[in-house]
Design a protein around this ligand. Structure first.
Ligand code: NAD
Length: 485
């Protein structure tokens, strides 16, 4: 019998499901059991061509509709996603292995928030009037054209919406390629957008590996590329986009610092460290994986952290009591287990976890290392799994310098009761998305994105509009033109 997660076909182009079995088969593996639940095919050159041609053809007419009309469709899609939240959350769990406890509140709902927010903004994307004496300049905010979105595997519904919603609100069309590890959810987003009234051709989903992504990024018809992925992929995609001077948004990896001062509320700081390391089994780009703890509270902090981490419930992700799921794939599990071994070899002190959890699927125990030093591999490289590195520090100046000593700059957090110190420290940290006495909140109203190697551009909030539109300026002369001859 066909599994309920099996989509009707691999791709969604021009308002309909499309198949081409000549493409490389991509098995969809349910991470909680290791069983294959579905199969899609990578896009062949013919499918890539169909998607790009249809998106190019549909865009101009869409851009000529009013923002209010575009917004109405996006907001309708948001409502439909909320109505179907349970079904979409189950699909997200099949796609990623993340527990239903999380997907019910963090995935389809976050996608709906983006569609609602950008749907609301669409009607007010106006320009400026700039007086120049009797002349004036006016500006027009225009769509970029055809946008390509390329997703990572940790939040497949959310990423499809975080890119699609602002792109469509601004009058662009999109071809979205999900990660080959999680190909299912974006197809549903496309289906719902069209059920909500989106004209055919404006939001297309095609499957494939990096090769298909590469074909999209280098196509001269594409005006913008928005990638969520790792820094090495980001560098390749950014370089390829630069060849044709395309616009880019790069949402890449991180190794973010979470700084806990002696005066912090211990329970809140422990909660922040748990949210910033173990949510989605650590597969979150903005995670605060370098937890700097001031020496005065170190042992107290570690004790409560270890105690509370014991409360994680590993198990069937479809059971709403389960709070900690598997790694997305066997490959990712092996990468993370490799880092855990490195942590042990390089002399970090294991406080909790440190092993594969021996049950069906790709589970790793939530793992905490203490006495981590700045030079250890687990303190330098993005692990993308449930491995927290706790480092000690003495002074504010010292911790700021050490926190910034990384190529990454996605996020940063500070826990302290001294609010002037909180703002002062955050002000000096080289990161795009920051938190004071909290960690990993990502409301659609707030800009999200990194500095340094962690990326270019911002998603969400009004900021995202700047990355999916461009400004035309028009000088209007009222009098005669003076010329030299
Ligand atoms: P990845 O870089 O391996 O792949 C990301 C996407 O890029 C996939 O769809 C992949 O098929 C595609 N791709 C690979 N090579 C390509 C190429 N040459 N041209 C075009 N596309 C190509 O990342 P991943 O393993 O899927 O995801 C994990 C990474 O994503 C982590 O580094 C994580 O930090 C990052 N991430 C960042 C954010 C953010 O918003 N900043 C969010 C989630 C994940």
């Amino acid at each position: 019998m066909t599994h309920p997660a099996q989509p009707k076909a691999s791709h969604f182009i021009n308002g309909a499901y499309v198949e081409d079995i000549a493409g490389t088969p991509i098995p969809v593996i349910y991470a909680a059991t290791g069983e294959q639940i579905a199969k899609v095919h990578a896009a062949t050159p013919a499918i890539v061509e169909q998607a790009l041609a249809t998106a190019k053809a549909a865009q101009k007419e869409w851009a000529s509709t009013t923002g209010t009309e575009r917004g109405r469709i996006l907001r309708r899609a948001a409502d439909m996603i909320r109505e179907r939240n349970h079904e979409l959350s189950v699909l997200e769990t099949y796609d990623t292995g993340k527990p239903l406890q999380e997907t019910l509140v963090a995935d389809a709902t976050s996608g709906a928030d983006a569609l609602e927010y950008f749907g609301g903004l669409a009607g007010s994307l106006t320009g400026e009037h700039i007086p120049m004496g009797e002349d004036w300049v006016y500006t027009v905010r225009e769509a970029l054209g055809l946008c390509v979105g390329i997703g990572a595997w940790n939040y497949p519904t959310q990423i499809a919406c975080w890119k699609g919603a602002p792109a469509l609100a601004c009058g662009n069309s999109m071809v979205f390629k999900p990660s080959e590890t999680t190909p299912l959810c974006a197809l549903k987003v496309a289906e719902i957008l069209h059920e909500a009234g989106l004209p055919a051709g404006l939001y297309n989903v095609i499957q494939g590996m990096g090769e298909v992504g590469g074909a999209l990024v280098t196509d001269p018809r594409v005006d913008k590329v928005s990638l969520t992925g790792s820094v090495p992929t980001g560098k390749k995609v950014y370089a390829a986009a630069a060849a044709n001077m395309k616009h880019v948004t790069m949402e890449l990896g991180g190794k973010s610092p979470l700084i806990i001062f002696d005066d912090a509320d211990i329970e809140n700081a422990v909660g922040g460290a748990i949210n910033g390391n173990f949510y989605s089994s650590g597969q979150v780009c903005s995670n605060g994986t370098r937890v700097f703890v001031q020496k005065g509270i170190k042992e107290k902090f570690l004790k409560r952290l270890a105690e509370r981490t014991q409360n994680a419930i590993l198990g069937d992700p479809m059971d709403e009591a389960t709070s900690f799921g598997p790694m997305v794939s066997e490959n990712q599990m092996n990468i993370v287990l490799g880092y855990i071994e490195k942590g042990k070899e390089e002399g970090a002190r294991l406080i909790s976890g440190g092993e594969r959890a021996y049950m069906d699927g790709y589970f790793i125990q939530p793992t905490i290392f203490a006495d981590v030093t700045d030079d250890m591999t687990i303190a330098r490289e993005e692990i993308f799994g449930p491995v927290m590195a706790v480092l000690d520090f003495d002074t504010e100046e010292e911790v700021i310098e050490r926190a910034n000593d990384t190529e990454f700059g996605l996020s940063a957090g500070v826990f302290t009761k001294d609010l002037s110190r909180g703002h002062r420290v955050i002000g000096k940290l080289e990161a795009g998305s920051c938190f004071i006495n909290s960690y990993n909140d990502a409301p659609v109203e707030a800009p999200f994105g990194g500095v340094k190697a962690s990326g270019v551009g911002r998603e969400n909030s009004k900021e995202a509009i700047n990355y999916y539109s461009q400004v035309k300026s028009v000088y209007v002369r009222m009098g005669d033109v003076e010329a030299a001859f």
